[in-house]
Design a protein around this ligand. Structure first.
Ligand SMILES: Cc1cc2nc3c(=O)[nH]c(=O)nc-3n(C[C@H](O)[C@H](O)[C@H](O)COP(=O)(O)OP(=O)(O)OC[C@H]3O[C@@H](n4cnc5c(N)ncnc54)[C@H](O)[C@@H]3O)c2cc1C
Length: 369
């Protein structure tokens, strides 16, 4: 059966974080027909950050579509401010994002793709790591000549796989720091999330210990304004520090750690395992995308000029390119160029807003690896 041309869209974009939105705006401006599916709300990833968590990137680097991001106090944006900004950009530019629609399958069919879409109650990532979805109805499949995966890469916690990890007082997410007042909290991890959580919990009156597998924190990888404060609080004994240790198991009131083969306990009302996140790669697997670094990031291979993956017509952009990053290398700021490349590859036109040459340099740098 021949499908009329006007039923097949030029592109289906999957995921409405900042990079998915920027792509939508660019393709729309270039005259392409676009369907844009998002499993949750616009900017879902920022909705599960602890309240009032700030970006480390400055506002100009995370602004999209050439629309300034003005932040109160000329400060760095919080996650909540940024979601508001993203929604406003979508409204201002008339981007029709189909929210609460998850993509569960993608198939190649002749000269186009069939994208299975289902209703979903949550975005992908965060406390509801497995979003609640209805069953896909094949009649709802969307047809598109190109598929762009802007699905992000923080979809599920990096689990330690230790006894007690699923106890109710154990979490991989900080949540609202205020609730920990007066409680003994052991934080496991030693990167930005763990360090920031330790300081914020101390400030709300929690009794905090941070347990890390390394001997010291890596100054290259921690926000420069956090580390001196944490080191001072540890030195003064206001935050406990257990270096060079691993987690053996978690019990109802304590965590069992081990250092140099010796196990020891620390009392804990709450345990926060802030050890990073991994990517849901099921769509990459279904499409049979070639991968790089299969033992760790397992990130999709792509052509640096166009962002096209090993499957013609399938593109990847934003942090989705980074795979399951142990060390974050792909951010919003070094992904703006992805948008221009894909827009040129699909429509022959670049983005209609200026691209800061500094951002271009950032992209080149992360791709040198
Ligand atoms: C505490 C914290 C601080 C951070 N600070 C910074 C910072 O300062 N600067 C920075 O650049 N980054 C920062 N990040 C990372 C930041 O969250 C990402 O850089 C950013 O979200 C990437 O944007 P994106 O558009 O590539 O993907 P995302 O924003 O993750 O968007 C992906 C979207 O795809 C949707 N999705 C996934 N699968 C499907 C599917 N199958 N169907 C439909 N929709 C789907 C998801 O629901 C999600 O909304 C931080 C992260 C954390 C946790």
């Amino acid at each position: 059966m021949t499908i009329p041309d006007d039923i097949i869209n030029d592109a289906a974009i999957i995921g409405a974080g900042p990079i998915g939105l920027e792509l939508h705006a660019a393709l729309k401006a270039a005259g392409a027909s676009v369907r844009h599916l998002e499993a949750g709300a616009i900017g879902h990833t920022f909705s599960w950050w602890a309240p009032r968590t700030k970006f480390f990137s400055s506002p100009d680097r995370i602004a999209i579509c050439g629309i300034p991001l003005a932040v109160s106090g000329q400060d760095k944006a919080t996650g909540d401010e940024y979601v508001r900004y993203l929604v406003n950009v979508a409204r201002q530019l008339g981007l029709n994002v189909e929210t609460f629609r998850a993509v569960t399958g993608i198939r190649k069919s002749d000269d186009h793709f069939e994208v299975d879409v289902t209703r979903s109650a949550e975005g992908v990532g965060g406390l509801e790591s497995m979003p609640r979805m209805s069953r896909a109805n094949p009649a709802d499949a969307i047809l598109a000549r190109n598929v762009i995966l802007t699905v992000g890469n923080m979809h599920a916690p990096r689990r330690l796989d230790v006894e007690g990890e699923d106890l109710p007082h154990v979490s991989h997410y900080l949540g609202d720091p205020q609730k920990y007042f007066g409680r003994r909290v052991v934080i496991v991890g030693g990167k930005n999330s763990a360090v920031e959580a330790a300081i914020r919990l101390h400030r709300v009156g929690a009794r905090v210990t941070i347990a890390y597998r390394q001997e010291t924190f890596d100054a290259e990888r921690i926000k420069y304004w956090l580390l001196p404060e944490l080191e001072w609080l540890i030195e003064k004994g206001r935050i406990g520090f257990e270096p060079s240790c691993t987690v053996e198991r978690i019990g109802d009131d304590q965590i069992v750690l081990a250092r140099g083969g010796e196990a020891f306990e620390r009392d804990a009302d709450f345990v926060l395992l802030l050890t990073g996140y991994v990517q849901d790669q099921s769509l990459f697997d279904q499409l049979g995308l070639d991968r790089i670094d299969p033992e760790s990031t397992n990130r999709p291979a792509y052509d640096h000029a166009t962002m096209q993956t090993s499957v013609p017509g399938v593109y990847v952009a934003g942090t989705a390119c980074g795979g399951s990053q142990q060390r974050a290398r792909v951010f919003i700021e070094n992904s703006h160029l992805h948008v221009d490349r894909i827009c040129r590859a699909i429509t022959g036109k670049g983005v209609p807003w200026p691209i800061d040459p500094e951002m271009q340099k950032l992209t080149d740098k992360h791709e040198e690896r």
